[in-house]
Design a protein around this ligand. Sequence first.
Ligand SMILES: Cc1cc2nc3c(=O)[nH]c(=O)nc-3n(C[C@H](O)[C@H](O)[C@H](O)COP(=O)(O)OP(=O)(O)OC[C@H]3O[C@@H](n4cnc5c(N)ncnc54)[C@H](O)[C@@H]3O)c2cc1C
Length: 379
Amino acid sequence: MTYDVAVIGAGVFGVWTAYQLNRTGASVLLLDAYGPGNSRASSGGESRIMRLGYGPDEIYTRSAQRSLQLWQELFAQHEQTASLFQQTGVLWLARDQDPYCEATLQTLRNVGARCEQLDHAQLSARFPQLSFDGVAWGILEPDAGVLMARRAVQAVALRARANGVDYLEGAIVSPVIDRNVRTVSGRTIEARHLVFACGPWLPKLFPDLLGELIHVTRQEVFFLGVPPGDDLFKPPRLPTWIDFNDLVYALPNVDGRGFKIAIDAHGPEFDPDTGERIVSNELKRAVREYVARRVPLLADAPVTESRVCQYENTSNGDFLIDRHPGLENVWLVGGGSGHGFKHGPAVGEYAAALILGNGPVEPRFSLASKERIQERKVY
Ligand SMILES: Cc1cc2nc3c(=O)[nH]c(=O)nc-3n(C[C@H](O)[C@H](O)[C@H](O)COP(=O)(O)OP(=O)(O)OC[C@H]3O[C@@H](n4cnc5c(N)ncnc54)[C@H](O)[C@@H]3O)c2cc1C
């Protein structure tokens, strides 16, 4: 059978692209090397932050707003998926002179998103679990929260299949040199359009084109055990919070996984197939130092889980959603750059319209807007 579209990669971008294409009436094959939300995929983590704030970048605030609505509509279809979005709220910790947080507040107000500005005294009174040392003020987004990432991706894949998308577990041979693609087990993929939504694997699949445009970095995540019977570190008492000035974000104890914390700085280069996923002592030390300062009650809390994942960064953090310049009907969807998960539904909508030739084109998502990445940032 020749499909209208084959979507290769069942991470958050691929499953939503397949889901949205199917809704337009297209016949769709979805394919993944390791399965939707697998533990090597960037979408394979336990949880991801769903925030609306993006500094002055209204394009991403509006995309997050649209996506939140679509996530919630999808989750509301079944009782089993109802808890895959947890409305924890998201708190931004701002400094005295803080252009990014000031712009975030302004943009949230411009688009009519609910938000609350809190001064230092209000922050300390509302959230006594945190020390607001060095923090001058904050923004609370009450409608934001946490997506249960791996399970959410699997739920979208299941929904897409129930709607008629075919699914195949198989790996496309890389690198891709022409539009005749086949799996490592020898099956040829027959489709009018091929969408490669392969996250951190895109540079391996298209080394000449993307080898220097997408930089894959190792990222570590820690879960700390909270005291027994505790509700201080759970929503609604503790929201998700973001301290981008210190490149740190943290999630409250959702689903009994513990208090999640990570350093957002880009780590060393990482191979998503062969990279070992054991956290480093260096990052563990850095997290402990930060926690001792910001969350003193958890200074000695044990690490109960940890994960190593990867970001697939473009030069400016903007997504890549564009046609391959040399292979007609081959499309590239990726460049999540450490913030893509929440946008899965809007990315799927945008990609589906682009492929079917009936959508607006956003220059920021184009291949032409991406620059070679020379500087390699390490912790
Ligand atoms: C630690 C961490 C924290 C993050 N926090 C947030 C957050 O709080 N909020 C947020 O919005 N975003 C966050 N992100 C970013 C977000 O998770 C990613 O942007 C997003 O998951 C990328 O999805 P993707 O579909 O592009 O890639 P992936 O999820 O990696 O999916 C790609 C898929 O392609 C498949 N594949 C690869 N090669 C082949 C092949 N040859 N043949 C067939 N299949 C193939 C893989 O198996 C995989 O399933 C975070 C990322 C990390 C790592």
